[in-house]
Design a protein around this ligand. Structure first.
Ligand SMILES: Nc1ncnc2c1ncn2[C@@H]1O[C@H](COP(=O)(O)OP(=O)(O)OP(=O)(O)O)[C@@H](O)[C@H]1O
Ligand SMILES: [Mg+2]
Length: 314
C-alpha cells in the first residue's frame, strides 16, 4: 500500500459500488481518505502502519463478486493494525462475526437477544439429521457466510431438503462448507426491521416490507427491477422507534468492538422479536432516507463520525 504522510481515513473494502456514497460524503466534509480495496494486495507486516483511522467494511458477500479471499487478506491486516494500536473501526472481531452467522448467533445470545433455534452443520447427512429437530415444521437453511440473502432457502419439509441435497452439491449451497439449519419464523405482515447503529449508538430503524423475498440488500447499488412474481422490497424509516433491546444491542456491539452496524430482527405473529443477522458492512437506503421528515442520513453521519475520530488521532 502507499503510505501517506498525513493522517487519513482508510476505507478497507472490496466493492467500489458500495463505498461511492461514503466517498461523496467524505469529500463534502473535505476529509482525507484512502480507498483501500483489498480484493488483492500486499503489506509488509514488519513495517509500521500509517497514521489514521481504519474503517473496515469487508463484506461476507465478497465471494459473490469473485473476491473470496479478500476477507483472508483483511484479517491479518486488521490484526497488524490493532497490534500497532491504530484506530480501527469495526475490528478484527467484527470481521469474524461478519463472516459467520453461527458466531453471530452465539454472541447475540450472550447479550440476552432472542434468536431463532439454530443448528450448525457440516456434511450432507448431518444437515438432514439437523432438520429432524424441527418436527415437520418448515425450516430455513442458510450458508454460514452469507450476504444479500444469498442461499437462504425455506424448506417446507425434510423431503424437500433431501431432494435439494440429492441434486445440489453442498459446496454450491455454502462457500465455507458450513450450513445453518434454522427455525423458520414467519415474519408478521412479511416485514423485518433493520436497526442501524453508528458510533456504537442507535441511529434509526428501517422497516423492510420483504414481499416474501429473502434478498433484501438496502444499498442503492443493489436495486434491481422487481421480478414479475414478487414485488421489490420496500424500505421505510420508523418514526419514534424504541424497543428494550436497543440497550442490549449497544452492549453487544461494544463488547465485540463493532461501531457501525445494521442489526436485523423479525417479529412472529405474537410480536416476539428474534434477532438473526448482524451486518458490519452496512449500507443505507436513500429512498427511505429521502422520505423521512427528520433528515436522517446514514452515510453522512458515518462520514461525520470518521471525521471526528480522525481529528482525535490528529
Ligand atoms: N429464521 C428465519 N425465519 C424467517 N425468515 C428469515 C429467517 N432468517 C432469515 N430470514 C429472511 O431471510 C432474509 C435473509 O436472511 P439473512 O439476513 O440471515 O441473510 P443475509 O445473507 O445476511 O442477508 P443480508 O446480507 O441482505 O442482510 C432475512 O432478511 C429474512 O427476511
Ligand atoms: Mg440480512
Amino acid at each position: 500500500m502507499e503510505k501517506s504522510d498525513t493522517s487519513s481515513v482508510y476505507i478497507i473494502h472490496e466493492n467500489e459500488e458500495w463505498i461511492a456514497p461514503l466517498k461523496k460524503n467524505l469529500e463534502q466534509d473535505r476529509t482525507d481518505y484512502y480507498d483501500w480495496n483489498l480484493t488483492k494486495g500486499n503489506v509488509d507486516l514488519t513495517e509500521t502502519p500509517p497514521n489514521g483511522v481504519f474503517y473496515n467494511r469487508m463484506s461476507a458477500s465478497s465471494f459473490l463478486r469473485g473476491n473470496l479471499y479478500a476477507k483472508d487478506l483483511t484479517a491479518p491486516i486488521l490484526a497488524w493494525l490493532e497490534a500497532n494500536n491504530r484506530r480501527v473501526i469495526n475490528s478484527r472481531r467484527a470481521l469474524q462475526l461478519e463472516v459467520s452467522k453461527a458466531e453471530q448467533h452465539i454472541a447475540l445470545r450472550q447479550f440476552g437477544l432472542q434468536t431463532p433455534k439454530t443448528i450448525v452443520a457440516v456434511g450432507k447427512e448431518e444437515v438432514i439429521d439437523a432438520s429432524y429437530s424441527f418436527n415437520e415444521r418448515p425450516f430455513i437453511i442458510k450458508p454460514n457466510m452469507g450476504g444479500k440473502g444469498h442461499g437462504v432457502r425455506l424448506m417446507n419439509s425434510r423431503q424437500e431438503l433431501e431432494l435439494l441435497l440429492e441434486t445440489t452439491p453442498l459446496e454450491e449451497l455454502t462457500v465455507d462448507g458450513v450450513i445453518l439449519v434454522q427455525e423458520y419464523i414467519p415474519p408478521k405482515d412479511q416485514q423485518i426491521v433493520r436497526m442501524e447503529f453508528i458510533a456504537g449508538k442507535f441511529y434509526y430503524a428501517v422497516q423492510i416490507d420483504t414481499g416474501g423475498s429473502f434478498e433484501l440488500c438496502p444499498a442503492d447499488a443493489c436495486e434491481i427491477p422487481s421480478k414479475t412474481e414478487s414485488k421489490a422490497p420496500e424500505f421505510n424509516i420508523l418514526e419514534g422507534f424504541d424497543i428494550p433491546e436497543i440497550e442490549k444491542c449497544e452492549a453487544f456491539l461494544a463488547a465485540n468492538n463493532i461501531e457501525i452496524a445494521g442489526m436485523e430482527f423479525l417479529q412472529n405473529e405474537s410480536g416476539e422479536r428474534f434477532f438473526y443477522d448482524v451486518n458490519t458492512n452496512t449500507n443505507y437506503n436513500t429512498g427511505a432516507e429521502d422520505k423521512n421528515p427528520e433528515g436522517l442520513q446514514g452515510m453522512k453521519r458515518v462520514a461525520g463520525f470518521l471525521r471526528e475520530e480522525l481529528d482525535k488521532v490528529g
